[in-house]
Ligand binder design. Structure first.
Ligand SMILES: [Zn+2]
Length: 373
């Protein structure tokens, strides 16, 4: 179930992974025969006459989009050659950093057998590697230097990876995860981290010293509609099964929907307003919701506390939305509000200089904090 949910988020990336892990499967062979050994993942040109293969085209495009974020996705799969009998020496990325055919194209053209397996060219044992080359002509000059460079890399590879290279077919390792296993969830996290790092480097940001940095960043992104709602992902070309809100299933999932208009969100805000004695919550825009302004006399610090509560509420709502998508956790307003009360108490008391918050009054009568100085 969880696996199915993960696949919902980045199905195209998932298919890319399957292409790499199951490179001996029939469908991978078909793709290979059309697009080349790397499935077209490293080349920039796609043969247009094969437009019937549109699914594969979109898979490749999605991979390139990820790469354009500065994530080396298409070269991040490394095939461990096992005993080397099933892995192409030149055209599979077993050494890491791309296939040898692209990196040493001059040597590739001089090999008598372009389809040689790793085992045909290298044999390794604890003492080191033995090489068995079959060149069209003797290598001299620059070609000789290239060969030496390649040999150096191969030796280094086997001295580092000898223990992993077991079994006939070896395995596929994903270099972006410490354990070598690809999951769309981890992929998603890497993409978000990149986007977040980029946005953090932007000078303009909203400040409220009573909440953690992550909440500030979240609000900054929410106000600029820069959160990966399902509709946003769909617009950016990620092929999703559905763009409907996973919490209520009543409407398409936009950022405004998750944070304001969803019936779960509405229920949460109504309860938060009631908790603070604000009267009815009327659906506002995201900008208004996180403004922190109140139509009553509050101290400057009081307004800042209320804003911290609003921001944290948005952050925790989004967190629950993610738990619904990634872990299929049940989402209900009372438990979200419960967490908001606990987290805001913890975050704000830790950061508040001077006045102290009391847990009992925080829960039952938080309005008193609107007047403090
Ligand atoms: Zn909804």
């Amino acid at each position: 179930m969880e696996r199915a949910k993960e696949q919902l988020i980045l199905p195209i990336i998932y298919l890319q992974w399957r292409f790499h892990t199951e490179s001996n499967s029939l469908w991978a062979k078909v793709i290979t025969s059309i697009y080349g050994s790397n499935g077209g993942l490293s080349s920039n040109e796609l043969p247009s006459q094969f437009s019937f293969c549109s699914t594969w085209n979109s898979i490749i495009k999605a991979g390139r989009k990820v790469s354009s974020l500065g994530i080396p996705f298409t070269t991040s799969f490394q095939l461990h050659p096992g005993d080397g009998s099933a892995t192409d020496f030149w055209s599979e990325n077993w050494l890491g950093g791309g296939d040898l055919r692209s990196r040493y194209s001059r040597l590739f053209h001089l090999d008598q057998n372009k389809e040689a397996k790793v085992a045909d060219r290298v044999s390794w044992h604890e003492g080191g590697c033995n090489f068995n080359w079959q060149w069209n002509r003797e290598l001299i000059g620059r070609n000789r230097d290239m060969l030496e460079e390649m040999i150096l890399q191969i030796r280094e590879y086997f001295s580092n990876n000898n223990s992993n290279a077991t079994g006939t077919s070896g395995g596929c390792f994903w270099l972006l995860a410490a354990n070598g296993r690809f999951t769309t969830k981890k992929m998603n996290a890497i993409i978000l981290e990149k986007v977040l790092a980029h946005e953090k480097s932007q000078p303009e940001s909203l400040k409220n010293s009573l909440v953690p940095k992550k909440v500030e960043v979240f609000i900054w992104r929410a106000r600029r509609k820069r959160l990966p709602s399902l509709l946003e992902l769909d617009r950016r070309g990620v092929d999703l099964h559905s763009v409907r809100c996973p919490m209520c299933d009543d409407d398409v999932e936009t950022i405004d929907h998750v944070l304001i208009f969803c019936k779960i969100a509405y229920d949460v805000w109504t309860r938060i307003y009631k908790w603070w004695g604000h009267g009815a919550y009327s659906r506002l825009s995201i900008i208004e919701t996180f403004e922190g302004s109140l139509n009553r006399n509050t101290s400057e610090l009081g307004a800042k506390i209320w804003q911290a509560v609003e921001w944290s509420s948005g952050y925790i709502l989004w967190k629950y939305r993610n738990m619904k998508i990634f872990k299929n956790k049940k989402v209900c307003a009372p438990s979200i509000v419960n967490e908001i009360q606990i987290m805001t108490f913890e975050w704000i008391s830790k950061r508040l200089k001077g006045p102290k918050l009391e847990w009992c009054s925080w829960l039952s009568d938080p309005q008193i904090y609107l007047q403090i100085n």
